[in-house]
Ligand binder design. Sequence first.
Ligand SMILES: Nc1ncnc2c1ncn2[C@@H]1O[C@H](COP(=O)(O)OP(=O)(O)OP(=O)(O)O)[C@@H](O)[C@H]1O
Ligand SMILES: [Mg+2]
Length: 247
Amino acid sequence: MSQVTLKNVVKSYGDVKVIHNINLDIQDNEFIVLVGPSGCGNSTALRMIAGLETISDGTIEIGDKVVNDVPPKSRNTSMFFQDYALYPEMTVYQNIAFSLRMKKSQQADIEKKVQNLAELLDITNLLNRKLQTLSDSQRQRVAMGRTLVRDPEVFLFDEPLSNLDPKLRNQMRVELKKLHTKLKTTTVYVTHDQVEAMTLADRIVVMKDGHIQQVGTPAEVYEKPANMFVADFIGNRSMNMVKAEIS
Ligand SMILES: Nc1ncnc2c1ncn2[C@@H]1O[C@H](COP(=O)(O)OP(=O)(O)OP(=O)(O)O)[C@@H](O)[C@H]1O
Ligand SMILES: [Mg+2]
């Protein structure tokens, strides 16, 4: 079981609250997308689930276990970072294979997994190149490989496609959707891209200033926005607002 539950989660930096009493039930197998304007707290929420950020109040459960005091490496999540941490001196192959090596997986399994992912990410021709020689988009795909190579209870993605050109971005979005259909691993995904949110999400969480504004399927948040903010935020063309009186 790998549902994720946030109960009254708060994050403060000193006197400043950046996450206010968030409650969220993420179902097993669900693909949840967090959206909101820059600074709304999406990355903070993700990092708290990963355990990279302590929480100031409330509880986070993964499966049936409260993980507040469980260190990141024991949470069985696999996270893609906005500012991806990779090993510059290692090759692409070594970067992707790293976690499998640490787990002492069989060499043949490692080889197969890395090759499959490299194909999916269109980086097969880069496997022997050192990280420091790659472009941003290539690095981003390697970081994606490092995230996907593991077999976690929960995938956490922070803007994983932001550096890719539009064609590659579309391609990768489709691949991610396919992968989730196949693996069904519970996923929490942060993006500023409306198309990604609408096409990948089972449910979208709209955030603003550390508050959840609405949780719903893409159709629900699009067709029945909970408030003016969501109405204005969701969709590539903003909605027309007309002042009216209910009588
Ligand atoms: N270490 C910190 N100290 C103080 N404030 C912080 C710290 N880290 C983050 N914040 C603030 O918390 C808020 C939420 O940050 P977060 O990184 O979650 O934003 P975000 O929603 O991911 O934004 P973006 O879309 O720009 O990545 C921001 O206002 C940010 O300035
Ligand atoms: Mg962020």
